[in-house]
Design a protein around this ligand. Structure first.
Ligand code: UDP
Ligand code: MG
Length: 324
């Protein structure tokens, strides 16, 4: 098998068949074998029903993984990767915003350029809303300043890479997965190509401002300890400023006999210091929380149970799969 396409799907009932058709068309006469690994990420619509049909027909080799609930795209990518057998692996969305034709081009680039291990598409943002573009740019500049890895601006998860890269990614078993960071962390020679995201064929985006903000925090906390350093500096600075203020107050009292400033000052200081303390505890808490979750390597949490459909005629078979 030359290529495995990993396709995470969450409520993509109307898209999965169209995706398969578009893929078959895009890879017509390509002269090599490819498979599609769909991951149903606990969809609430008919996605699983439709995937089952695609699996039964096997118009092209199709594997289906079904999660028992929604675990998120990152978990889907990991599970999908673990089931691939291609020499190359392509991660691509189900909604056809990322065209399979580009995936074919990526394979061609890898074939022709041995020096590259991965071809990644980055989004050409012309035409995107200015507000969203602004926040995305800020995010990339913050993460690149903070993190120890270099995350390419606008690089998406839409990429194709060699088996060696897939194996390296599978070795990273962190609980809070942030694939942009993971791709940057594993390294390898990457060729970046631009692409323009098409309109969704059907359904709507699963991302909103809140989930994007959470994703950004996962990225920053997962790849940098600089927020902890920031908390230390903030604490040091406020302690220093308080000491100065204390000296000023004492001197004022001793030299000029001025009364200790009143209620308002005290309340403001208490609130300010309380706020700073809570902020720092929050930052530390983020890291402690992640350490806690990562330390729970007990099977109950990390061995998520999912179904792998591997029987054409009858029903599904449950597989206990060592996951994450
Ligand atoms: N997705 C998923 N699990 C989720 C959310 C999204 O598997 O919890 C899949 C989704 O079905 C799609 C891909 O991830 O194939 C990208 O999602 P979406 O199109 O909503 O993101 P956008 O293109 O808006 O960034
Ligand atoms: Mg999309």
């Amino acid at each position: 098998m030359k290529l495995s396409l990993v396709v995470p799907c969450y409520n993509e009932a109307e898209n999965v068949e169209a995706f398969q058709e578009a893929t078959i068309k895009a890879f017509e006469n390509c002269g090599y074998q490819y498979e599609i690994v769909f991951i149903d990420d606990g969809s609430k619509d008919a996605t699983m029903h439709n995937l089952r049909k695609l699996h039964q027909k096997q118009k092209c080799p199709v594997k289906v993984i079904s999660f028992s609930r929604n675990f998120g795209k990152e978990a889907g990518i990991y599970a999908g990767l673990s089931q691939t057998c291609g020499d190359y692996v392509c991660i691509i969305d189900a909604d056809l915003q990322q065209r399979p034709e580009i995936a074919r081009q990526m394979v061609q680039i890898l074939d022709e350029h041995e020096e590259y291990d991965m071809v990644a598409a980055y989004q050409d943002r012309r035409g995107e809303s200015k507000v969203l573009s602004f926040f995305k740019r800020r995010f990339y500049s913050i993460i690149n300043k903070m993190a120890k890895v270099d995350v390419k601006s606008d690089a998406s998860d839409f990429r194709t890479f060699r088996r060696s890269v897939a194996n390296s990614i599978l070795e990273l078993t962190e609980y809070h997965r942030f694939s942009k960071g993971i791709f940057a962390w594993v390294g390898f020679n990457t060729c970046f190509i631009p692409y323009v995201a098409c309109e969704r064929v059907a359904g709507k985006s699963k991302w909103n401002f809140r989930s994007l903000a959470n994703y950004a925090i996962d990225g920053i906390i997962g790849y940098s300890t600089k927020p902890l350093r920031f908390a230390t500096f903030l604490g040091g600075f406020t302690s220093f400023a308080s000491m100065i203020y204390l000296i000023i107050v004492v001197l004022q009292k001793l030299i000029s006999g001025i009364d200790i400033p009143g209620y308002a000052t005290i309340i403001v200081l208490i609130l300010l210091l309380g706020g700073i303390q809570l902020l720092c505890i929050g930052i530390i808490g983020e890291y402690v929380g992640r350490t806690f979750e990562q330390s729970k390597t007990a099977p109950s949490i990390l061995q998520k149970k999912f179904w792998i459909i591997n029987n054409l005629k009858s029903d599904t078979r449950v597989s206990d799969f060592s996951f994450l």
